[in-house]
Write a protein that binds this ligand. Structure first.
Ligand SMILES: [Zn+2]
Length: 330
């Protein structure tokens, strides 16, 4: 039940691909919580729980949801745990890293995600008697994805999120900060939720991206500059064209200049220029970039990078696809 703060990749969770063995589990969710997909069922149940606990603005009180589910709302601090956490079914209690429940802790947003993720597991059990009794049929890997989905929707109910955005539809560092602070979530969770609600409104040609010094999706992995989420314009998204998937390292991207390819994207240099948690001054770049995989694609990117926090960068600008599978001179 470990839960790194890496919510589902945008869109991937909507693929609808379900392992045959998980079908009874999905049927159970849809019957019990209503909906025609597991995502819809989970979103319905989260909305119901938030309604029953009078949670209608940010930051959401997870403690009230925990109490409603019959578990101890006070998480237990554990010195041995540094990341993630778990739900102790025998005692009906969530265990989190020591100190992570303090608002000033840099781990606070992430710990709230873990807490909410464990509430996702708790929804599948009855805590009337301890140890808890599982109500839902068994489930494989889907359960972890479901708990991340539940965590995102518990922490940032989409209707409340839309209200907080006040009609603003252009993704920006300021908007990301507003969501992060208003809902007391990590920049990663905030960016992924923002991507979901703002993508349908994105303007042609526009590009936004949050990148961060972070580990890899799921397996954590080496900490290095990675794309957290890319906001791509409709003309690229509709053709299924990606720039970078979430949690992909940036080091494979090359820049084309004078007919040569160099492994020097300005964003990678921006991260290399970071000293003692401080990034260089924001600068605008006009570049032709090559993404080698899964298909060689050449993009024109005019963008500027600015620090979001001590380890994350917000990039904003314009993007155009110049070509695929071909050498481009620039
Ligand atoms: Zn889990």
């Amino acid at each position: 039940m470990d839960s790194p703060d890496t919510p589902n990749k945008p869109r991937a969770s909507r693929s609808g691909l379900i392992a045959e063995a998980d079908q009874p589990f999905v049927d159970w969710l849809c019957q019990r919580w209503g909906g025609s997909s597991w995502q819809e069922a989970v979103e319905n149940h989260c909305r119901q729980l938030l309604h029953e606990t009078d949670n209608n603005k940010g930051p959401i009180s997870l403690a009230r949801v925990a109490a409603r589910l019959g578990i101890d709302p006070r998480p237990e601090a554990n010195k041995e745990v540094t990341t993630g956490g778990w739900l102790d079914l025998a005692r009906g209690r969530i265990v989190l890293p020591e100190g992570s429940d303090r608002r000033l802790s840099p781990r606070y947003g992430r710990a709230r995600f873990t807490y909410a993720h464990e509430l996702g597991h708790a929804m599948l059990y009855s805590f009337e008697k301890l140890p808890a009794v599982r109500l839902a049929p068994p489930c494989g890997e889907l359960e972890e994805i479901l708990c991340n989905h539940a965590a995102s929707h518990l922490l940032m109910p989409r209707d409340v999120l839309m209200q907080e955005l006040g009609g603003e539809t252009v993704p920006s560092a300021d908007l990301l900060r507003l969501v992060k602070e208003r809902f007391e979530v990590s920049a990663v969770s905030a960016a992924i939720a923002l991507h979901e609600v703002l993508s349908p409104h994105q303007k042609a040609g526009s590009f936004h991206m949050l990148s961060s010094l972070t580990g890899k999706h799921k397996t954590l992995g080496e900490t290095k500059p990675r794309c957290v989420v890319c906001f791509l314009p409709p003309e690229l998204r509709e053709k299924g064209i990606e720039f970078l998937p979430s949690f992909k390292g940036l080091e494979h991207i090359s820049r084309v200049a004078n007919g040569q390819e160099y492994k020097t994207w300005s964003l990678v240099e921006f991260f290399s220029g970071r000293r003692g948690g401080y990034f260089p001054k924001p600068t605008t770049y006009n570049e032709v970039l090559v993404i080698p995989k899964p298909k060689r694609r050449v993009f024109h990117l005019q963008s500027s990078h600015r620090p979001f926090d001590s380890h994350s960068v917000w990039t904003s600008g314009t993007i155009a696809l110049l070509g695929e599978d071909e050498r481009i001179q620039a």
